[in-house]
Design a protein. Structure first.
Length: 101
Protein backbone atom coordinates (compact mmCIF):
# COMPACT_ATOMS: atom_id res chain seq x y z
CA UNK A 1 0.00 0.00 0.00
CA UNK A 2 1.14 3.47 -0.80
CA UNK A 3 3.79 2.34 -3.31
CA UNK A 4 4.09 4.50 -6.39
CA UNK A 5 4.31 2.87 -9.82
CA UNK A 6 5.10 4.68 -13.05
CA UNK A 7 2.87 3.08 -15.72
CA UNK A 8 3.71 3.35 -19.40
CA UNK A 9 1.01 2.13 -21.78
CA UNK A 10 1.03 2.01 -25.56
CA UNK A 11 -2.34 1.10 -27.06
CA UNK A 12 -3.02 0.23 -30.69
CA UNK A 13 -6.45 -0.29 -32.24
CA UNK A 14 -7.05 -1.90 -35.63
CA UNK A 15 -10.57 -2.84 -36.74
CA UNK A 16 -11.39 -5.65 -34.30
CA UNK A 17 -7.95 -5.92 -32.67
CA UNK A 18 -6.65 -4.22 -29.53
CA UNK A 19 -2.94 -4.49 -28.73
CA UNK A 20 -1.23 -3.18 -25.60
CA UNK A 21 2.33 -2.76 -24.42
CA UNK A 22 2.11 -1.95 -20.71
CA UNK A 23 4.98 -1.68 -18.29
CA UNK A 24 5.36 -0.59 -14.68
CA UNK A 25 8.44 0.91 -13.05
CA UNK A 26 9.48 2.03 -9.57
CA UNK A 27 10.08 5.82 -9.83
CA UNK A 28 11.26 6.06 -6.22
CA UNK A 29 14.49 4.23 -7.06
CA UNK A 30 15.31 6.05 -10.31
CA UNK A 31 19.00 6.33 -11.19
CA UNK A 32 21.07 7.89 -13.94
CA UNK A 33 22.16 5.27 -16.47
CA UNK A 34 25.85 4.43 -15.98
CA UNK A 35 26.34 4.24 -19.78
CA UNK A 36 24.30 7.32 -20.72
CA UNK A 37 24.05 10.21 -18.27
CA UNK A 38 21.07 11.67 -20.17
CA UNK A 39 18.97 8.57 -19.45
CA UNK A 40 17.19 7.77 -16.20
CA UNK A 41 16.55 4.11 -15.43
CA UNK A 42 14.03 2.70 -12.97
CA UNK A 43 13.60 -0.81 -11.60
CA UNK A 44 11.16 -2.84 -13.63
CA UNK A 45 7.98 -4.08 -11.84
CA UNK A 46 5.76 -5.67 -14.54
CA UNK A 47 5.07 -5.90 -18.26
CA UNK A 48 7.16 -6.90 -21.23
CA UNK A 49 10.81 -5.89 -20.82
CA UNK A 50 11.39 -6.21 -24.57
CA UNK A 51 8.57 -3.82 -25.44
CA UNK A 52 6.61 -6.37 -27.46
CA UNK A 53 2.85 -5.64 -27.43
CA UNK A 54 0.30 -8.39 -26.88
CA UNK A 55 -3.25 -8.78 -28.15
CA UNK A 56 -6.06 -8.25 -25.66
CA UNK A 57 -9.00 -10.55 -26.17
CA UNK A 58 -12.46 -10.34 -24.65
CA UNK A 59 -13.27 -13.22 -22.33
CA UNK A 60 -16.75 -12.26 -21.15
CA UNK A 61 -19.74 -10.17 -22.11
CA UNK A 62 -21.91 -8.42 -19.52
CA UNK A 63 -25.66 -8.47 -19.86
CA UNK A 64 -28.62 -7.23 -17.86
CA UNK A 65 -32.05 -8.73 -17.39
CA UNK A 66 -35.15 -7.46 -15.67
CA UNK A 67 -35.26 -9.03 -12.23
CA UNK A 68 -38.36 -7.42 -10.75
CA UNK A 69 -40.91 -4.98 -12.04
CA UNK A 70 -43.71 -3.08 -10.40
CA UNK A 71 -45.38 0.22 -11.19
CA UNK A 72 -42.73 2.33 -9.43
CA UNK A 73 -39.44 0.43 -9.43
CA UNK A 74 -37.67 -1.56 -12.08
CA UNK A 75 -34.51 -3.36 -11.02
CA UNK A 76 -31.93 -5.06 -13.16
CA UNK A 77 -29.63 -7.96 -12.47
CA UNK A 78 -26.24 -8.10 -14.13
CA UNK A 79 -24.55 -11.23 -15.31
CA UNK A 80 -21.60 -12.33 -17.40
CA UNK A 81 -21.44 -14.70 -20.31
CA UNK A 82 -18.16 -16.35 -21.22
CA UNK A 83 -17.50 -15.79 -24.91
CA UNK A 84 -13.91 -17.09 -25.14
CA UNK A 85 -13.55 -20.43 -23.37
CA UNK A 86 -9.84 -20.65 -24.27
CA UNK A 87 -9.20 -17.70 -21.91
CA UNK A 88 -11.73 -18.66 -19.24
CA UNK A 89 -8.89 -19.61 -16.87
CA UNK A 90 -7.92 -15.92 -16.59
CA UNK A 91 -11.10 -15.24 -14.58
CA UNK A 92 -9.73 -16.85 -11.41
CA UNK A 93 -9.63 -20.06 -9.41
CA UNK A 94 -13.31 -20.80 -9.98
CA UNK A 95 -12.64 -21.13 -13.73
CA UNK A 96 -9.43 -23.18 -13.80
CA UNK A 97 -7.94 -26.39 -12.53
CA UNK A 98 -4.61 -26.68 -10.76
CA UNK A 99 -3.15 -28.15 -13.97
CA UNK A 100 -3.93 -24.93 -15.84
CA UNK A 101 -2.29 -22.60 -13.37
Amino acid sequence: PGKRILVKDELSLWDDNFWINDRGYDPDVAEIDANDSSTIVMPYIYGNRRGVPYKLERVTRMFSAKANYDKTIQSLSLGIEIINEDLEWTLGDKYRTEMLF
